[in-house]
Design a protein around this ligand. Structure first.
Ligand SMILES: [Cu+2]
Length: 107
């Protein structure tokens, strides 16, 4: 019984590690009414964590034919995660500060 359970445990651990490696996370900060990077390349399924490091509110949205995202107003010190499920070029913007722009290329 004990011997039989070991391969099962190894298989479960292998499956979990594959799941963990498949999707990445990148953090982008919002500072001085701008994103700290203006262009990013991701793999499909990756997530960007947007961290509001300003002293005022931001908001985040993505509008495209294949993928849209709309956050609530984002208080200082809080984070918003966006997972990109589709390949393509996406523009991440802020309704409050129209000059904020991050281009995301998803492969
Ligand atoms: Cu903003």
């Amino acid at each position: 019984m004990r011997i039989r359970s070991i391969p099962v445990l190894v298989a479960v651990m292998a499956a979990l590690s594959v799941t963990t490696l498949a999707a990445g996370m990148v953090t982008v900060s919002q500072q001085n009414r701008a994103f700290t990077v203006d262009r990013l390349q991701l793999a499909r399924g990756d997530t960007i964590r947007f961290s509001n490091d300003d002293k005022f509110r931001h908001q985040i949205y993505v509008e495209s034919p294949s993928f849209t995202f709309e956050s609530d107003e984002q208080a200082p010190g809080t984070a918003v995660d966006i997972t990109f499920p589709q390949a393509g070029l996406f523009q991440v913007r802020c309704h409050i500060h129209p000059k904020m722009l991050l281009q995301v290329e998803v492969h």
